[in-house]
Write a protein that binds this ligand. Structure first.
Ligand SMILES: Cc1cc2nc3c(=O)[nH]c(=O)nc-3n(C[C@H](O)[C@H](O)[C@H](O)COP(=O)(O)OP(=O)(O)OC[C@H]3O[C@@H](n4cnc5c(N)ncnc54)[C@H](O)[C@@H]3O)c2cc1C
Length: 530
């Protein structure tokens, strides 16, 4: 009996022991499973970020593999791609033609633009392309000339204007952008923007091999240049084409003023010369209106030989005639278009697609590069660009922050072109002569306007002051030593003509944004918190 009790006790104790061991085993298993599940959760969480990031940053994964799509790799697109790529964005650039462009545009970069190039870390792109330093302008009128130097004294000796072959400069910037691992440059033609509920989600494009593809990104930046097909939905384009430039290349000749741009105040309109390499000089002849003499039937060559050649400096005459006879005559419409954006979530316009001015003062690239600096600084605090609506609201400040540089250069280009054109109106001709003589006075009368033109002093108010100083100088000369009723009348028309030139341009630029940017609410937009 005692034995039976012992066996039963042992059996129950063993059963209990097994039960305990079983419970312990189960708990351990459960713990391990939970641990595994936790580990799995953690790795899953990590995979929500893209690891292909610069500087170990981790970004939330979106439905696309780019942060930004850039349409067009010209001056604006390639500089922007490098800038955003350097800031760690995954950039997809789609460019219609990746071979070296051969154009007559964008060949003289003002010193203000060169400073922006330095800010963007792209100054080496004017190296190794036989670019020439530009130190100022020489102005010619009726056999007289005056030299206007850029006020560069306060800057490093490297700072000056640069002139070059546009295509060589663009190729250097494209190469530099493509060298970044997070910038993908693809040849393709963008055919449309992809929109969903008012937000741009990406683009449709045709690849080099003719394949139709779509690319998606939280932000699409359209930089497709002056003939932009895509800007229509993103702005209100009001394009004016006051004239065209006819381009020639003069070979192996010396400019009267080495390392200077030359502006001849010709009739009917200005003629430009500047070096684009150590052996070549670009000549751009402005022809007002939209109808050009035909190149094919020889009318253009005849016009250049009979109307233009007699007005150019004698040192350049032979090379000019040779260039006409060589026959490589190119033309390009001179377009101007004030910036009039429709802020659209998911998209932005930059470069000539967004804003254009007459190329007389060579300001287009300076504005584009300056805009890129403004945009870069605005985007810098944002890691995530996915909230398109907040981003769009925030980026409205871009349109005001860019104004000092853009509106100064735009207004000066438009006003100077009108002042520099010959006219049958005596008051307009007085203004033109007054401008030449005012600039020839030297001191602040030449450095002030040249600082504005070169992008070194982006102050719209200073521009207005100099513009009306020229007009008052013109009137003063008319009235001295003895005013006559006729002279008084011409003086009054000169002032009214000057106002008629500058005020419409200022109105198109936006009076408030130009002179009182701090009163525009968008100026103070803070980055969206996310
Ligand atoms: C005659 C003339 C002379 C000028 N001279 C000067 C000067 O001396 N100095 C100066 O600062 N400015 C000058 N400018 C202005 C200057 O050229 C422009 O401001 C500058 O080139 C603008 O750069 P961008 O990138 O906007 O356009 P672009 O440099 O023209 O680049 C646009 C790019 O977009 C690509 N593209 C177009 N459509 C598509 C598409 N659908 N899909 C994909 N890619 C596309 C094009 O192939 C091109 O590469 C001049 C302008 C003219 C007309």
């Amino acid at each position: 009996m005692v034995m039976d009790e012992f066996v039963l006790g042992s059996f129950l104790a063993s059963l209990f022991g097994f039960f305990l061991i079983y419970i312990l085993f189960l708990r351990q298993n459960l713990n391990m499973k939970m641990k595994e599940e936790k580990e799995e959760d953690r790795t899953n969480g990590e995979s929500e970020c893209v690891r292909r990031s610069i500087n170990g940053e981790c970004r939330p994964q979106s439905s696309s593999d780019s942060d930004v799509i850039i349409v067009g790799a010209g001056v604006a697109g390639s500089a922007l791609a490098h800038t955003l790529g350097k800031d760690g964005r995954r950039v997809h650039v789609i460019e219609r033609d990746l071979t070296e462009p051969d154009r007559i545009v964008g060949e003289l970069l003002q010193p203000g633009g060169y400073l922006k190039l330095i800010e963007l870390g792209l100054e080496d792109c004017v190296g190794e392309i036989d670019a020439q330093r530009v130190l100022g302008y020489a102005l010619f009128k009726d056999g007289k000339n005056t030299r206007l130097s850029y006020p560069l004294e306060k800057f490093h000796s490297d700072v000056a204007g640069r002139s070059f072959h546009n295509g060589r400069f663009i190729q250097r910037m494209r190469e530099k952008a493509s060298a970044l691992p997070n910038v993908r440059m693809e040849q393709g033609t963008v055919t449309s923007l992809l929109e969903e509920n008012g937000t741009i989600k990406g683009v449709s494009y045709k690849t080099k091999s003719g394949q139709e593809l779509q690319a998606y990104a939280p932000l699409t930046i359209v930089c497709d240049g002056c003939f932009s097909n895509l800007r229509r939905s993103l702005c209100k384009p009001q394009v004016d084409v006051p004239s065209s430039f006819v381009g020639l290349v003069l070979e192996n000749c010396e400019l009267p003023f080495a390392n200077h741009g030359h502006v001849i105040l010709g009739d009917p309109s200005p003629i430009l010369f500047y070096p684009i390499s150590s052996t070549e000089v670009r000549c751009l002849v402005d022809i007002p209106g939209q109808k050009l003499p035909s190149i094919a039937n020889g009318e253009m060559a005849k016009y250049l030989k009979t109307v233009v050649a007699p007005q150019i400096p004698p040192e350049l005459y032979d090379a000019f005639i040779k260039a006409i006879e060589k026959g490589n005559i190119r033309t390009m419409p001179n377009r101007s278009m004030p910036a009039a954006p429709h802020p659209t979530p998911g998209a932005l316009l930059m470069g000539d697609a967004f804003n254009m001015r007459h190329p007389l003062t060579g300001g287009g690239m300076t504005v584009a590069l300056s805009d890129i600096v403004v945009l870069r600084d605005l985007l810098k605090p944002l890691r995530d660009l996915n909230d398109a609506t907040s981003l769009c609201k925030y980026l409205e400040s871009f349109y005001t922050l860019r104004k000092p540089v853009a509106s100064t250069i735009n207004t000066l280009a438009g006003a100077l072109y009108k002042v520099f054109c010959a006219s049958p109106d005596q008051a307009r001709n007085e203004m033109r002569q007054a401008c030449f003589d005012y600039l020839s006075l030297g001191g602040v009368c030449s450095t002030g306007p040249v600082a504005l033109l070169s992008g070194l002093n982006p102050r719209p108010l200073s521009l207005v002051v100099h513009f009306f100083a020229v007009a008052i100088y013109g009137v003063g000369r008319l009235l001295l030593p003895f005013p006559s009723p006729k002279r008084l009348w011409i003086g009054a028309r000169l002032i009214s003509g000057a106002s008629g030139i500058i005020f419409p341009i200022i109105k198109a630029e936006g009076l408030r944004q130009m002179f009182f940017p701090a009163t525009v609410p968008a100026y103070y937009r803070a980055p969206p918190v996310k």
